[in-house]
Design a protein around this ligand. Structure first.
Ligand code: PEP
Ligand code: CO
Length: 474
């Protein structure tokens, strides 16, 4: 992460609506706390906690996303569907970081532009749900809404909505971000080491025949850079940012502070926050909460989104048309993206807006396997990414990036992939997600190589070729 000036973010914001004003907008997908006094105590404590990120870092990310919107950079955003308090170990965090950095090297080489690396990490603890309750064996309990709200165990005690969990979210986010900051500046992200992990993947899996040539090209490119005298230190650190869905208004509101220099509000719980498909109502409370922030923000759009909707959403979230402020994350489904996305891209373009377009090829492709597991097919994930590229190629716009649910572990949650060729019968081996199925390490790397193939086949028009090269953009 870029250091950025350590501007102090203090006190209660007078420039954003009060929590009561947001509540009056009838926010959907909120917990129902029995003890509202306890909620107030916890949020009052949260308001006194130090920021997890600095305003200057958020500004840096906004500038990088402005480059994405202008066709000069590519976003790689990824991590768990739902982080949990128990699984957020050093091993787990390192695994996710390792896979994201590995993917980023391949994508940087292929896209020939800087890759902006953003984790679904250090705050991704709350989940919107399609049903309020879950029924198992005739017993009905409140649905699991992420560790920020209640517990995963199917017991009445675990499923109670507990405000104390918001403080745990803050604490776990702080610990996670602390470790990530240490990893990305402490040598773990060294480009040559990251590349060697990719070579291990290529050599030790069935993917060798298809991807070895590309891996070897990257190897030669790195050797060339070293030979040219590119500063070895510049290989050692990367910029890495945190993001999560801004879902729980009491938490997001309590972590919104005023920057002492610009006197404007920043959400200091993450560098970037996004609004989910279920909470993107233009006059709703989530848009009301996020629209005032100076952080770069995102909005997910699914196949029911109309051209009018996306224009209204962009106007609400980015009234000043500020470069890098808004990322639209399309999650249409492989079968729909080629029809549903073009009207949205055309409509926004017609308003003169430039937003960063990112593809989430996960959430429109979830299905139930014959053995009852919620899963996704690797082939459909690839197909949606290709459909997203097809649309942008056709319209002459820049496909700005991808948003993935993934983990560094060898889990068995999504079917397919050359390296693992996971079948439905394999899903039960290591099905560990607390919410949606994630790509495992091999599947994630394979996806990066497939995107790289697409980015290097000459079909994507480079809009604004990169002017300046900085090794730390890897
Ligand atoms: C998610 O990102 O985990 C999610 C719930 O996505 P969406 O809002 O697109 O359904
Ligand atoms: Co998800």
């Amino acid at each position: 992460m870029a250091p950025g000036p350590p501007r102090i973010l203090t006190g209660v914001s007078t420039q954003i609506p009060t929590l009561e004003q947001l509540q009056a907008l009838g926010p959907v997908q909120q917990p129902t706390y029995a003890d509202t006094e306890l909620l107030q105590q916890v949020t009052a404590q949260l308001r006194t906690r130090p920021p997890l990120v600095f305003a200057g870092e958020c500004d840096d990310l906004r500038a990088k996303i402005a480059d994405v919107a202008a066709g000069r950079a590519f976003i790689l955003q990824g991590g768990d569907c739902a982080e949990t308090f128990d699984t957020g170990t050093a091993f787990d965090i390192r695994g996710k970081l390792r896979v994201l950095l590995s993917m980023a090297v391949v994508l940087t080489y292929a896209a020939q532009v800087p890759v902006v690396k953003i984790g679904r990490l250090a705050g991704q603890y709350a989940k919107p749900r399609s049903k309020n309750t879950e029924i198992r064996g005739g017993v009905e309990l409140p649905a699991y809404r992420g560790d920020a709200v209640n517990g995963f165990d199917f017991t009445p005690q675990a499923r109670v909505h507990d405000p104390h969990r918001l403080m745990e979210v803050y604490n776990h986010s702080a610990a996670t971000l602390n470790l990530i900051r240490a990893f990305v500046t402490g040598g773990f992200a060294d480009l040559r080491a990251v590349h060697s992990w990719n070579q291990d993947f290529v050599r030790n899996t069935g993917a060798e025949a298809r991807y070895e040539a590309l891996a070897d090209e990257i190897e030669r490119a790195l050797a060339f850079m070293v030979a040219c005298g590119v500063d070895k230190e510049a290989f050692r650190t990367v910029d890495f940012y945190s993001s999560h869905e801004a879902l729980l208004l009491p938490y997001e509101h309590a972590l919104t502070r005023i920057d002492s220099r610009t006197e404007t509000p920043y959400n200091v719980s993450a560098h970037m926050v996004w609004i989910g498909e279920r909470t993107r109502q233009t006059s709703g409370a989530h848009v009301g909460c996020v629209r005032q922030l100076r952080n770069p923000s995102g909005a997910k759009v699914g196949p029911s989104t109309t051209a009018t909707d996306v224009v209204a959403l962009a106007e609400a979230l980015d009234p000043e048309q500020e470069p890098g402020r808004l990322t639209i994350i399309s999650r249409m489904g492989a079968g729909k993206v080629r029809d549903a996305l073009p009207p949205l891209v055309r409509a926004l373009r017609a308003t003169g807006r430039t937003v960063a377009w990112v593809c989430d090829p996960m959430h429109g492709n979830t299905f139930e396997a014959s053995n009852g597991y919620k899963t996704r097919a690797f082939s459909q994930v690839v197909d949606e990414v290709n459909g997203f590229f097809d649309v942008h190629e056709e319209l002459g716009t820049w496909p700005g990036g991808v948003h993935m649910e993934l983990t560094g572990d060898d889990v068995t949650e999504c079917v397919g992939g050359i390296a693992d060729a996971l079948a439905e019968a394999d899903l039960s081996n290591r099905y560990e997600t607390a919410c949606d199925p994630r790509l495992n390490r091999n599947q994630s790397l394979e996806l990066a190589f497939q995107i790289a193939e697409r980015l290097t086949d000459g079909r994507i028009k480079r809009i604004n070729p990169v002017q300046e090269f900085r090794a730390e953009d890897f």
